[in-house]
Write a protein that binds this ligand. Structure first.
Ligand SMILES: [Fe+2]
Length: 368
């Protein structure tokens, strides 16, 4: 069995003085309650600190090679050492030296001749304060770690909830299963190419995941009906951005998700819906989402038509650059369509497509 070494529990003090008499005097005053290290000048302090972390340094000022002021200045400017408290113990009693001692970062300044009771009291006070400070720092680290864990948990829960909402709205419409996730991904890639900050890209991704949530108000029969839509049916479908806004507007997202969703069918020349906004009235995030949405809609299968080639989507973007779609967004998208190819060859083709066939027409180039 290991017997705990009580002496090792005592705080460690580094005594720095070029006079052996002064060192002996300090050790004599403090020996009952502390452990000690000794250095004979400022340079020796740093040799000692390479291997030891004292709780306190009692530092003489007038010493050969490096004086106490310089040693203290170096300790306080070193991120690894700056938390070690320093008390000057010196024969320099002039107010200017005392002021300079505190300016270099010392917590106290004791003048010689030493009075045992005063030295003990001041050292005890600063050691106690240091212990409290260390305990507080440890507590802060634990709290920071817990906050970090809880934040990560909340973020996971938030993303899972967004995903569940997206799946819920898409479950009624087998033809567009996964549409929102793909639009979210395309929009995030385009936003990244445009140099948007990560936080805004995250907002675009979340808005993309939920942009068609308002379709939950549209009947399943209408969503899944092949063939051309009647004008009245088309008017019903055009309500979905406003319905999405109404569903999302009271959720305290840290971004304007509801407004981005509200604007995802607006066009920069004012011909979009539901409000006919134009140019700067449309959020940049909504302009990006609009382009991602159109690409995904064109290259996907719909009840009223089969999936079309990527070339068709790119032509749509080029033809309407600066007219329907923001020029900078289109340019970022046209840089490369690598991020779309996986979907065009892979998971995009819906198993229902063989049944539904390519009947009906879409309203111009409008996607739903
Ligand atoms: Fe939509």
């Amino acid at each position: 069995m290991t017997v705990p070494d009580k002496a090792m529990d005592k705080p460690l003090i580094l005594v720095v003085d070029d006079s052996p008499v002064n060192i002996d005097l300090l050790l004599d005053i403090l020996k009952a309650d502390y452990r000690f290290g000794v250095a004979k000048n400022g340079l020796k302090v740093f040799e000692y600190l390479e291997k030891n972390r004292p709780d306190l340094i009692l530092l003489d000022i007038m010493m050969p090679e490096m004086d106490g002021f310089e040693a203290c200045r170096r300790i306080k400017s070193d991120p690894e050492l700056k938390d070690i408290e320093v008390i000057f113990i010196t024969a320099l009693t002039d107010a200017r030296y005392i002021a300079r001692g505190f300016e270099t970062g010392a917590v106290d300044y004791i003048t010689k001749p030493l009075k045992a009771a005063e030295v003990k009291a001041r050292v005890r006070t600063h050691i106690t304060l240091k212990k409290m400070k260390d305990a507080l720092n440890r507590q802060n680290l634990v709290l920071e770690e817990r906050i970090h864990e809880k934040t990560a948990q909340l973020k996971d829960m938030f993303l899972a909830t967004v995903n569940a909402m997206a799946m819920m709205s898409e479950s009624r419409d087998p033809y567009t299963a996964g549409h929102q996730q793909r639009v979210a991904r395309y929009a995030a890639v385009i936003a990244g190419r445009m140099g948007l900050q990560p936080d805004r890209i995250e907002a675009i991704r979340i808005a993309g995941m939920l942009h068609d949530i308002g379709k939950i108000r549209i009947s399943v029969a209408l969503l899944n009906r092949p063939g051309q839509l009647l004008q009245a049916e088309w008017e019903l479908i055009k309500m979905h951005p406003a319905v999405g806004y109404a569903i999302l507007k009271d959720i305290p997202f840290p971004w304007p998700i509801a407004e981005i969703v509200h604007q995802h069918h607006e066009r920069i020349n004012g011909t979009g819906y539901p409000r006919g906004l134009s140019n700067d009235e449309i959020l940049p995030e909504a302009k990006i989402l609009a382009v991602a949405d159109v690409i995904e809609a064109i290259i996907s299968h719909r009840p009223y038509r089969p999936a079309r080639k990527m070339a068709v989507a790119l032509k749509e973007l080029k033809d309407n650059r600066g007219i329907l779609f923001d020029g900078a967004v289109v340019d970022a998208c046209l840089k490369s369509t690598d991020f779309l190819e996986e979907d065009q060859d892979g998971d995009l083709v819906d198993p229902m497509s063989a049944v539904a066939g390519g009947v009906g027409k879409v309203y111009g180039s409008q996607n739903l």
